[in-house]
Write a protein that binds this ligand. Structure first.
Ligand SMILES: Nc1ncnc2c1ncn2[C@@H]1O[C@H](COP(=O)(O)OP(=O)(O)OP(=O)(O)O)[C@@H](O)[C@H]1O
Length: 283
Protein backbone atom coordinates (compact mmCIF):
# COMPACT_ATOMS: atom_id res chain seq x y z
CA UNK A 1 0.00 0.00 0.00
CA UNK A 2 0.97 3.64 -0.20
CA UNK A 3 0.88 6.06 2.65
CA UNK A 4 -0.38 9.25 1.16
CA UNK A 5 -0.88 11.56 4.07
CA UNK A 6 1.86 10.33 6.34
CA UNK A 7 4.37 13.13 6.07
CA UNK A 8 1.75 15.78 6.61
CA UNK A 9 0.24 13.98 9.60
CA UNK A 10 3.61 13.39 11.15
CA UNK A 11 4.59 17.02 10.66
CA UNK A 12 1.32 18.20 12.22
CA UNK A 13 1.91 15.97 15.20
CA UNK A 14 5.42 17.33 15.69
CA UNK A 15 4.05 20.86 15.73
CA UNK A 16 1.38 19.90 18.24
CA UNK A 17 4.16 18.67 20.49
CA UNK A 18 6.19 21.84 20.05
CA UNK A 19 3.19 23.99 20.91
CA UNK A 20 2.73 21.99 24.02
CA UNK A 21 6.41 22.44 24.91
CA UNK A 22 6.67 19.05 26.56
CA UNK A 23 7.96 16.91 23.73
CA UNK A 24 10.95 15.28 25.35
CA UNK A 25 9.99 15.54 28.96
CA UNK A 26 7.48 12.70 29.17
CA UNK A 27 8.95 9.80 31.08
CA UNK A 28 7.69 6.36 30.15
CA UNK A 29 6.11 4.56 33.10
CA UNK A 30 7.47 1.27 34.40
CA UNK A 31 5.54 -1.99 34.11
CA UNK A 32 3.20 -0.59 31.51
CA UNK A 33 2.65 -2.33 28.17
CA UNK A 34 4.94 -1.38 25.34
CA UNK A 35 1.86 -0.58 23.29
CA UNK A 36 -1.79 -0.09 23.98
CA UNK A 37 -4.37 0.60 21.29
CA UNK A 38 -7.93 1.44 22.28
CA UNK A 39 -10.73 1.75 19.75
CA UNK A 40 -8.40 2.70 16.91
CA UNK A 41 -10.15 3.50 13.63
CA UNK A 42 -8.84 4.51 10.21
CA UNK A 43 -11.08 5.05 7.22
CA UNK A 44 -10.12 5.69 3.61
CA UNK A 45 -12.81 7.39 1.55
CA UNK A 46 -15.58 6.08 3.80
CA UNK A 47 -14.21 2.51 3.79
CA UNK A 48 -12.85 1.34 7.17
CA UNK A 49 -9.32 -0.08 6.85
CA UNK A 50 -9.04 -0.47 10.62
CA UNK A 51 -12.39 -0.78 12.33
CA UNK A 52 -11.92 0.05 16.00
CA UNK A 53 -9.23 -2.28 17.31
CA UNK A 54 -7.91 -2.84 20.82
CA UNK A 55 -4.44 -4.34 21.25
CA UNK A 56 -2.06 -4.69 24.17
CA UNK A 57 1.56 -5.54 23.47
CA UNK A 58 3.38 -6.44 26.70
CA UNK A 59 6.85 -4.98 27.18
CA UNK A 60 9.53 -7.52 26.26
CA UNK A 61 7.29 -9.47 23.89
CA UNK A 62 7.81 -10.54 20.31
CA UNK A 63 4.41 -9.71 18.88
CA UNK A 64 3.14 -10.78 15.48
CA UNK A 65 0.40 -9.09 13.53
CA UNK A 66 -0.92 -11.41 10.82
CA UNK A 67 -3.79 -11.25 8.37
CA UNK A 68 -4.62 -11.60 4.70
CA UNK A 69 -3.78 -8.95 2.10
CA UNK A 70 -5.68 -5.76 2.77
CA UNK A 71 -6.53 -6.72 6.37
CA UNK A 72 -5.20 -3.44 7.77
CA UNK A 73 -1.78 -4.48 9.11
CA UNK A 74 0.21 -1.72 7.44
CA UNK A 75 -2.44 0.84 8.34
CA UNK A 76 -2.27 -0.26 11.99
CA UNK A 77 1.52 -0.23 12.13
CA UNK A 78 1.61 3.16 10.37
CA UNK A 79 -0.68 4.63 13.02
CA UNK A 80 1.45 3.14 15.79
CA UNK A 81 4.62 4.60 14.30
CA UNK A 82 3.03 8.01 13.76
CA UNK A 83 3.21 7.92 9.96
CA UNK A 84 -0.59 8.03 9.82
CA UNK A 85 -3.04 9.65 12.17
CA UNK A 86 -5.92 7.54 13.51
CA UNK A 87 -9.41 8.92 12.89
CA UNK A 88 -10.42 7.78 16.35
CA UNK A 89 -8.97 5.95 19.31
CA UNK A 90 -5.88 6.14 21.46
CA UNK A 91 -2.38 4.74 21.13
CA UNK A 92 -0.03 4.69 24.12
CA UNK A 93 3.65 3.81 23.78
CA UNK A 94 5.05 2.72 27.15
CA UNK A 95 2.29 4.75 28.74
CA UNK A 96 3.03 7.84 26.65
CA UNK A 97 -0.06 9.09 24.84
CA UNK A 98 1.09 9.33 21.23
CA UNK A 99 -1.60 11.82 20.26
CA UNK A 100 -0.57 14.27 22.97
CA UNK A 101 3.16 13.60 22.93
CA UNK A 102 4.07 12.34 19.45
CA UNK A 103 7.71 13.29 19.68
CA UNK A 104 8.23 11.52 23.00
CA UNK A 105 6.37 8.45 21.72
CA UNK A 106 8.42 8.37 18.52
CA UNK A 107 11.69 8.65 20.45
CA UNK A 108 10.89 5.27 22.03
CA UNK A 109 10.44 3.55 18.68
CA UNK A 110 12.44 2.34 15.74
CA UNK A 111 10.38 1.89 12.59
CA UNK A 112 10.70 -0.18 9.45
CA UNK A 113 7.89 0.99 7.16
CA UNK A 114 6.29 -1.13 4.47
CA UNK A 115 7.30 1.04 1.58
CA UNK A 116 10.82 2.23 2.07
CA UNK A 117 11.33 5.69 0.74
CA UNK A 118 14.86 6.64 1.53
CA UNK A 119 17.80 8.72 0.43
CA UNK A 120 19.26 6.11 -1.83
CA UNK A 121 21.99 8.28 -3.33
CA UNK A 122 23.70 8.15 0.06
CA UNK A 123 25.99 5.25 0.83
CA UNK A 124 24.83 2.76 3.45
CA UNK A 125 27.27 4.28 5.92
CA UNK A 126 26.04 7.83 5.23
CA UNK A 127 22.41 6.77 5.63
CA UNK A 128 23.09 5.09 8.96
CA UNK A 129 25.02 8.15 10.08
CA UNK A 130 22.09 10.36 9.05
CA UNK A 131 19.66 8.30 11.12
CA UNK A 132 22.05 8.47 14.09
CA UNK A 133 22.27 12.25 13.75
CA UNK A 134 18.47 12.54 13.44
CA UNK A 135 18.14 10.60 16.67
CA UNK A 136 20.61 12.90 18.43
CA UNK A 137 23.50 10.46 18.81
CA UNK A 138 27.03 11.76 19.15
CA UNK A 139 29.25 11.31 16.10
CA UNK A 140 31.65 8.85 17.71
CA UNK A 141 28.87 6.74 19.15
CA UNK A 142 27.10 6.68 15.79
CA UNK A 143 30.25 5.56 13.99
CA UNK A 144 30.82 2.73 16.46
CA UNK A 145 27.23 1.57 16.19
CA UNK A 146 27.35 1.69 12.38
CA UNK A 147 30.23 -0.78 12.32
CA UNK A 148 28.55 -3.07 14.86
CA UNK A 149 25.18 -3.03 13.12
CA UNK A 150 26.78 -3.57 9.71
CA UNK A 151 28.60 -6.59 11.07
CA UNK A 152 25.44 -7.99 12.66
CA UNK A 153 23.51 -7.61 9.40
CA UNK A 154 26.45 -8.68 7.20
CA UNK A 155 26.55 -5.37 5.39
CA UNK A 156 30.11 -4.31 6.17
CA UNK A 157 31.31 -4.83 2.61
CA UNK A 158 28.41 -2.77 1.23
CA UNK A 159 28.64 0.25 3.53
CA UNK A 160 30.64 2.35 1.04
CA UNK A 161 28.18 1.68 -1.81
CA UNK A 162 25.19 3.89 -2.63
CA UNK A 163 21.93 2.43 -1.34
CA UNK A 164 20.47 2.59 -4.84
CA UNK A 165 22.86 -0.25 -5.74
CA UNK A 166 21.58 -2.48 -2.90
CA UNK A 167 19.24 -5.38 -3.55
CA UNK A 168 15.75 -5.23 -1.99
CA UNK A 169 16.78 -7.59 0.80
CA UNK A 170 19.97 -5.62 1.51
CA UNK A 171 17.98 -2.38 1.62
CA UNK A 172 15.59 -3.98 4.09
CA UNK A 173 18.47 -5.03 6.34
CA UNK A 174 20.01 -1.57 6.11
CA UNK A 175 16.71 0.11 6.98
CA UNK A 176 16.30 -2.20 9.95
CA UNK A 177 19.80 -1.22 11.11
CA UNK A 178 18.75 2.44 10.70
CA UNK A 179 15.66 1.74 12.85
CA UNK A 180 17.83 0.25 15.59
CA UNK A 181 20.67 2.74 15.72
CA UNK A 182 19.27 4.75 18.64
CA UNK A 183 18.57 1.60 20.69
CA UNK A 184 14.79 2.11 20.80
CA UNK A 185 12.64 0.32 23.38
CA UNK A 186 10.16 -0.76 20.73
CA UNK A 187 10.66 -1.87 17.12
CA UNK A 188 7.71 -1.53 14.73
CA UNK A 189 8.48 -3.64 11.68
CA UNK A 190 6.25 -3.99 8.65
CA UNK A 191 7.07 -7.23 6.84
CA UNK A 192 10.77 -7.27 7.80
CA UNK A 193 11.37 -10.64 6.11
CA UNK A 194 9.87 -9.84 2.73
CA UNK A 195 12.52 -10.28 0.01
CA UNK A 196 15.10 -11.42 2.54
CA UNK A 197 16.84 -14.71 1.72
CA UNK A 198 16.57 -17.55 4.27
CA UNK A 199 20.14 -17.19 5.52
CA UNK A 200 19.80 -13.43 5.99
CA UNK A 201 16.37 -13.99 7.57
CA UNK A 202 17.99 -16.24 10.15
CA UNK A 203 20.63 -13.56 10.80
CA UNK A 204 17.95 -10.95 11.15
CA UNK A 205 16.02 -13.22 13.52
CA UNK A 206 19.11 -13.70 15.67
CA UNK A 207 19.59 -9.94 15.95
CA UNK A 208 15.93 -9.41 16.84
CA UNK A 209 15.99 -12.28 19.33
CA UNK A 210 19.04 -10.72 21.03
CA UNK A 211 17.22 -7.39 21.09
CA UNK A 212 14.17 -8.94 22.80
CA UNK A 213 16.35 -10.95 25.20
CA UNK A 214 17.97 -7.65 26.14
CA UNK A 215 14.57 -6.20 27.11
CA UNK A 216 13.41 -4.77 23.77
CA UNK A 217 9.91 -5.23 22.35
CA UNK A 218 9.11 -6.07 18.73
CA UNK A 219 5.81 -5.80 16.89
CA UNK A 220 5.96 -7.04 13.34
CA UNK A 221 3.72 -8.04 10.50
CA UNK A 222 4.42 -10.88 8.15
CA UNK A 223 2.98 -13.53 5.91
CA UNK A 224 5.29 -16.39 6.82
CA UNK A 225 3.37 -18.36 9.44
CA UNK A 226 6.44 -20.54 9.94
CA UNK A 227 8.59 -17.53 10.91
CA UNK A 228 5.83 -16.01 13.06
CA UNK A 229 5.40 -19.34 14.83
CA UNK A 230 9.13 -19.61 15.47
CA UNK A 231 9.55 -16.11 16.83
CA UNK A 232 6.45 -14.63 18.33
CA UNK A 233 5.26 -15.04 21.88
CA UNK A 234 1.91 -13.39 21.13
CA UNK A 235 -0.03 -12.74 17.96
CA UNK A 236 -3.11 -10.97 16.72
CA UNK A 237 -5.03 -12.05 13.63
CA UNK A 238 -6.46 -9.08 11.77
CA UNK A 239 -9.17 -9.61 9.14
CA UNK A 240 -10.99 -6.77 7.38
CA UNK A 241 -9.75 -4.29 9.96
CA UNK A 242 -10.84 -6.28 13.01
CA UNK A 243 -8.94 -8.41 15.50
CA UNK A 244 -10.47 -11.89 15.19
CA UNK A 245 -8.04 -13.63 17.54
CA UNK A 246 -5.40 -12.45 19.98
CA UNK A 247 -3.22 -14.07 22.60
CA UNK A 248 -0.26 -16.35 23.05
CA UNK A 249 0.67 -18.56 20.14
CA UNK A 250 -0.97 -21.57 21.82
CA UNK A 251 -4.13 -19.65 22.65
CA UNK A 252 -4.57 -18.51 19.06
CA UNK A 253 -3.72 -21.69 17.19
CA UNK A 254 -5.31 -24.14 19.67
CA UNK A 255 -5.08 -27.65 18.26
CA UNK A 256 -4.31 -26.42 14.74
CA UNK A 257 -1.15 -25.15 13.11
CA UNK A 258 -1.02 -21.38 12.91
CA UNK A 259 -1.43 -21.61 9.16
CA UNK A 260 -4.61 -23.69 9.47
CA UNK A 261 -6.01 -21.30 12.05
CA UNK A 262 -5.12 -18.33 9.87
CA UNK A 263 -6.85 -19.81 6.82
CA UNK A 264 -9.82 -20.71 9.00
CA UNK A 265 -10.18 -17.19 10.46
CA UNK A 266 -9.63 -15.36 7.22
CA UNK A 267 -12.09 -17.54 5.32
CA UNK A 268 -9.48 -18.19 2.67
CA UNK A 269 -10.00 -21.93 2.61
CA UNK A 270 -13.40 -21.69 0.99
CA UNK A 271 -13.85 -23.21 -2.42
CA UNK A 272 -13.27 -20.70 -5.17
CA UNK A 273 -15.14 -20.96 -8.43
CA UNK A 274 -15.15 -19.40 -11.83
CA UNK A 275 -11.69 -20.37 -13.01
CA UNK A 276 -12.60 -23.77 -14.36
CA UNK A 277 -11.65 -22.55 -17.84
CA UNK A 278 -8.02 -22.55 -16.66
CA UNK A 279 -8.14 -26.32 -16.26
CA UNK A 280 -9.51 -27.09 -19.68
CA UNK A 281 -7.73 -26.91 -22.95
CA UNK A 282 -9.50 -24.67 -25.41
CA UNK A 283 -7.15 -25.67 -28.20
N1 LIG B 1 -3.67 5.27 0.99
C1 LIG B 1 -4.75 4.52 0.88
N2 LIG B 1 -5.85 4.99 0.26
C2 LIG B 1 -6.98 4.25 0.15
N3 LIG B 1 -7.11 3.00 0.66
C3 LIG B 1 -6.04 2.47 1.28
C4 LIG B 1 -4.81 3.19 1.43
N4 LIG B 1 -3.95 2.42 2.10
C5 LIG B 1 -4.59 1.26 2.35
N5 LIG B 1 -5.84 1.29 1.87
C6 LIG B 1 -6.86 0.21 1.99
O1 LIG B 1 -6.97 -0.13 3.37
C7 LIG B 1 -7.10 -1.53 3.51
C8 LIG B 1 -5.99 -2.06 4.43
O2 LIG B 1 -4.75 -1.92 3.73
P1 LIG B 1 -3.36 -2.29 4.41
O3 LIG B 1 -2.28 -1.90 3.48
O4 LIG B 1 -3.32 -1.74 5.78
O5 LIG B 1 -3.48 -3.88 4.52
P2 LIG B 1 -2.35 -4.96 4.84
O6 LIG B 1 -2.96 -5.89 5.83
O7 LIG B 1 -1.08 -4.30 5.23
O8 LIG B 1 -2.19 -5.69 3.45
P3 LIG B 1 -0.93 -6.48 2.80
O9 LIG B 1 -0.78 -7.77 3.56
O10 LIG B 1 -1.38 -6.72 1.40
O11 LIG B 1 0.27 -5.59 2.89
C9 LIG B 1 -7.10 -2.13 2.11
O12 LIG B 1 -8.44 -2.30 1.72
C10 LIG B 1 -6.44 -1.06 1.27
O13 LIG B 1 -6.93 -1.07 -0.05
Amino acid sequence: MTITSGDRDAAESEHADEREGSADTVEPEDNTPALELRGVVKTYGGEPAVAGIDLTVPAGSFYGLVGPNGAGKTTTLSMISGLLRADRGEIDVFGVEARKHPRAAKALMGVLPDRMRTFDRLTGRQLLYYFGALRGLKSRETKERIEQLAEAFELTGALARPVTDYSTGMTKKLMLACAMIHAPRLLVLDEPFESVDPVSAQKLLDVLRQYVDGGGTVILSGHSMELIERMCSRIAVLVTGQVLAEGTLDEVRGEMTLEQRFVDLSGMGEEGGGLEWLHTSSA
